[in-house]
Design a protein around this ligand. Sequence first.
Ligand code: TMP
Length: 205
Amino acid sequence: MKKGYFITFEGAEGSGKSTQIRNAVAFLKKQGYSVLMLREPGGTRISEAIRSILLNKELTEMADVTELLLYLAARAQIVREKILPALKKGKVVICDRFEDSTWAYQGFGRKIPIPAIEQASRLVRGNLKPDLTFVLDVDTTQGLKRGGRHDRIEREALSFHRRVRQGFLTLAKKNPNRMVVLDTGKPLEWVTQKVRERLERVFGK
Ligand code: TMP
């Protein structure tokens, strides 16, 4: 039985997730919660090994379906090895990216049919879904400038990254209760404050 709380942060390249995640973890720890911070793909030995294949900029021949299955394989491991056990212990799990990234990047970005992703995803995560997701929305050109274009995904065409951004916004429209979109074109303090307000609503004493 799940009794913890699962929060994810999503967004295109250069959206400033790391800063917001650090703030959120600090806030929740201060409130006395036991917090586990993870990232996807990654967070376990196996998932980190898969990550290094996925982001290797030399592997330009990777087929879209191979990419999808590797992201899902990395997730299958972290769900079983880290996320579910932590939630079972009542922890708050904060993950830098999760399944919404697969919809946005492999679904909207690579145009892999959604029903195919849906079926494989269900095998990977079972009934697990984030309780709350922050989507940090960023202008594509700005984000790529900020994030750099170092790894295999970051080096994709501008049009790919634009589809990813639209993907996140479309997902957020479909899941308004779970997903909170924040415009990172606004000052950093504003974004931080909005994250804080939402966390206070759930965790404030
Ligand atoms: P990041 O940790 O720097 O955000 O790098 C992860 C990269 O992998 C980023 O470009 C987004 C991409 N990604 C996918 O394409 N699909 C996924 O399911 C996940 C989790 C990440």
